[in-house]
Design a protein around this ligand. Structure first.
Ligand SMILES: *Cc1c(COP(=O)(O)O)cnc(C)c1O
Ligand code: SF4
Length: 338
């Protein structure tokens, strides 16, 4: 058992906060003191509003342009079928063509040595820019885990398993513990990476049982959190990260997505890097948004992205400058833009 200081959360807190997430636009408007009713709830049936209240609590009241609100609030623009922008960006339902890289239904391998295991299709928050909105989870069923494990046992070239989703930390501690117990004996696997937004949107997810799972595995653990704006980081995220860092050998990294109207300014992203560092997390990637249908409202041109990244480089020490990347199908690694 780890004796982390500060203490992790009680196991039932996050479960009830997850159930209590805001799923109605009207309710979100009420909490924030904003008239949000005109946003058509019916138009978002396939990927409805979902946002945990601890994240809502970090939004500014009465501000329709709040950067946290913008990430989660469905807009009419999502239903416009824009397929090409003036800069040539093409939007599609499946820009990453992940189905071409499935080693097993729930195991996607694009890059040498590491494979992504879809642990669950569920997320605690629905981010409007997410490419997983249209992800065909029925073709990549997490419940077909046995086939994924068999593929990992057969291929000793895979040394890193990346738990993804959805968000793998939506799984209960019991379920996550069983999964890690299945990976642990596969001797070719050295590292376990967990890509999650939960420590940001629901810091109470960091329970003692979760920390015990990370302590007891022989795998080296890397937790990649996903924060896009410094306003997302407060004393609760700091506590969550401190608990995670209490696990020997754990590395904490952050990836962000560059989003118009949310964080497309160098001072904002510099402040994010600095805040992350204060809280013990290093910036890893700054992703160009994936060109998935309905997300053109968040699009930033390559030229603008490079300009922002250059300006960040002029202000930040090298270790606080995330790599500006884009995911392109068929490449040996993510494409570095700057
Ligand atoms: C991004 C990604 C990875 C991880 O790539 P790194 O550069 O190691 O962070 C692995 N698999 C898939 C399918 C990915 O999209
Ligand atoms: S997969 Fe990540 S970015 Fe997409 S909705 Fe879930 S938490 Fe948000």
């Amino acid at each position: 058992m780890v004796c982390a200081d500060p203490v992790p959360w009680q196991p039932d807190v996050w479960r009830s906060e997850l159930k209590d997430a805001v799923t109605s636009v009207t309710e979100l408007g009420r909490v924030l003191g904003l008239p949000l009713e005109d946003c058509a709830e019916g138009a978002i049936a396939g990927f409805p509003l979902r946002v945990p209240r601890p994240f809502v609590a970090r939004m500014r009241r009465n501000d329709p342009d709040d950067p946290l609100l913008r990430q989660v609030l469905p807009t009419a623009a999502e239903n416009e079928s824009v397929s090409v922008l003036p800069d040539g960006t093409r939007f599609s339902m499946d820009p990453l063509r992940e189905r071409n890289f499935a080693r097993a239904p729930a195991l996607i391998q694009k890059y040498r040595g590491r494979a992504l295991l879809i642990a669950t299709p569920a997320c605690a928050v629905h981010c409007r820019y997410c490419f997983r909105k249209h992800f065909p989870y029925e073709d990549h069923r997490p419940d077909s885990r046995e086939a994924a494990l068999a593929a990992l046992r057969e291929d000793d070239q895979i040394t890193e398993v990346i738990l993804s989703g959805g968000d793998p930390l939506v799984l209960t501690d019991a379920s996550l513990g069983r999964l890690v117990q299945c990976l642990d004996p596969i001797t070719s696997i050295e590292r376990l990476r967990i890509h999650t937004r939960l420590p940001i949107v629901l810091p109470s997810r960091i329970t003692r049982d979760l920390l015990d799972i990370l302590v007891s595995t022989r795998l080296r653990v890397i937790v990649v959190v996903h924060s896009n704006h410094p306003q997302e980081l407060d004393s609760d995220t700091a506590r969550a990260f401190a608990c995670l860092r209490g696990v020997p050998g754990v590395t904490l990294l952050n990836q962000s997505v560059l989003l118009r109207g949310v964080n497309d300014r160098a001072p904002t992203l510099c402040a994010l890097s600095e805040r992350l560092f204060e809280q013990g997390v290093l910036p890893y990637y700054l992703h160009m948004p994936d060109a998935v249908v309905g997300t053109h409202g968040f699009h930033v041109t390559d030229a603008r992205a490079r300009q922002i990244h250059d300006a960040m480089g002029e202000r930040l020490p090298g270790y606080l400058l995330p790599k500006l990347v884009r995911e392109e199908p068929g490449r040996a690694a993510k494409t570095v833009l700057a």
